[in-house]
Design a protein around this ligand. Structure first.
Ligand code: SF4
Ligand code: SF4
Length: 447
């Protein structure tokens, strides 16, 4: 097998270790798989997010190590890459990156799954549903009728049934509806308002306008921009050239293994971000999966030095505010909160994977009097589009029932903060409650 992604960061993994058990084919990809030492720590329970599909199934084949065991057989030529058990094990990996953080050897199954899917597509074309879900940001941009169709589908059971029959989208769950106007449409004029040359700023930053915030939650971008500006930062918004499709990090294509499509989007994104980074601006992302695609996943796409430069300058919104606050540069005052019930915080799996919940805690403490509980939850089960796919909806719900939904029900009047777009949708789909992004909470509490 010739790897499709760039796995060169694993080139020295297992070198000189007679017990490394590196598969015979697959080159650096095989080394990335072989960092698993098969000690089966991942088959023990009660370890935070790792591994949601194992937690709800109790099947060793659906643990991180179980997937590795099957993959090694395939790379050693003992199993077809299309083998049913292997295909199912990979299909039921939610790419949550829980293993990247919690496995004793940091197995990165989320990236391994992308390589696996890309290899499968060399033999078999992706399904129409895969293509549709992967291209959703571009479809929404090009075809305004898609938004109307989704809205109608959510209102009429017959249409939802048709969607399940023909597109494989479960009729039992709502589908996220885009805002009437995307952020880019609402703010099409200029990248940044002209400022008098004498104006002093703390620093200049660029907000990553990801496809989810742009199409589904433009209020999050507006809120983050306002908070940062009130704190004294000059805020640019990442944008495509006038007349071109809005930028997209390519997360949806990566998640579905469409590497070439993702790389094309990543190149456009990098071309737009690099001048900002060269001007000394930090790239700030609101949607964990998108910012971390830019920071962590692009290095597997072979995009060169520019990708490294942008990655080194990229932070999640909460990481940026926490860093600036510790450094004494972020001094914004927030209005006190006197809520009888603690606010509930649900972390996106990718936030947890990079340790960003510490930053969330630090930023929330900037609001005087705010009581909050960070829910000790595994993946919410939505994981991009996983939780709306007809064959996965039940498993996604079971993951949500592990800890997230019981915690929400135990506090029926509490406010909820969730920075992940799909987490917010799962909370709404299962409990009919609205969760908000941290940026919106901070904006509401501006003194
Ligand atoms: S995936 Fe990680 S935790 Fe699981 S067996 Fe392999 S090394 Fe151990
Ligand atoms: S990425 Fe998440 S779902 Fe996939 S193997 Fe790792 S912990 Fe399990």
């Amino acid at each position: 097998m010739k790897p499709i992604l760039d796995w060169s960061v694993y080139r020295d993994a297992g070198m000189g270790d007679a017990y490394a058990d590196i598969p015979k084919s697959g080159g650096d990809f095989a080394r990335a798989v072989a960092v698993c030492i098969n000690a089966r720590q991942c088959e023990k329970k009660g370890k935070g997010v790792m591994c949601p599909s194992y937690r709800v199934s109790d099947s060793p084949a659906l643990s991180t190590g179980g997937r590795v065991r099957l993959l090694k057989q395939a790379l050693n030529g003992k199993l077809s890459i299309a083998d049913h058990a292997l295909a199912e094990a990979m299909e039921l990996c939610l790419a949550c990156k829980g293993c990247k953080r919690e496995c004793e050897n940091e197995v990165d199954m989320a990236m391994i799954k992308i390589e696996y899917l890309a290899q499968r597509y060399l033999q078999q074309t992706p399904s129409p549903r895969t293509r549709m879900l992967a291209a959703m940001p571009q479809l929404l941009e090009r075809h305004a009728w898609m938004q109307r169709l989704i809205s109608l589908r959510n209102k009429h059971a017959l249409l939802a049934r048709a969607g399940e029959m023909f597109a494989g989208i479960s009729a039992d769950v709502s589908v996220p509806e885009a805002a009437i106007q995307s952020y880019a449409m609402q703010n099409s004029a200029t990248q940044v308002e002209p400022v008098p040359p004498t104006t002093q700023f703390q620093a200049e930053v660029v907000l990553l306008l990801d496809s989810f915030s742009n199409h589904f939650a433009p209020q999050n971008i507006s809120a983050a921009k306002k908070v940062l500006e009130m704190a004294g930062y000059r805020v640019f918004i990442s944008r495509a050239e006038i007349g071109e499709l809005p930028l997209c990090c390519g997360r949806t294509q990566l998640a579905h293994g469409l590497v070439d499509d993702a790389r094309a989007n990543a190149k456009r994104m990098l071309a737009a971000l690099l001048p900002h980074v060269e001007a000394g601006r930090t790239v700030i992302g609101l949607e964990p999966a998108c910012l971390l695609a830019v920071r962590d996943d692009y290095r597997f796409l072979g995009l060169g030095e520019g990708a490294e430069q942008v990655a080194a300058a990229s932070l999640l919104f909460e990481e940026f505010i926490a860093r600036e606050s510790v450094a004494g540069r972020f001094k914004l005052a927030f209005a006190p909160v006197a809520s009888p019930t603690p606010l509930l915080i649900h972390g996106h799996c990718h936030q947890k994977a990079v340790g960003a919940m510490k930053s969330m805690r630090r930023v929330l403490k900037l609001i005087p009097g705010l009581q909050f509980d960070i829910i000790d939850s595994t993946c919410c089960g939505m994981a991009g589009s996983f939780g709306i796919e007809k064959e996965h909806v039940a498993m996604g719900r079971a993951m949500a029932e592990e800890s997230l939904l019981p915690a929400l029900r135990a506090s029926p009047t509490a406010g909820i903060v969730a920075n992940g777009f799909s987490c917010r949708h799962q909370i709404n789909a299962c409990e009919q409650r609205e969760a908000k992004h941290l940026a919106v909470l901070l904006c509401e509490q501006l003194a």
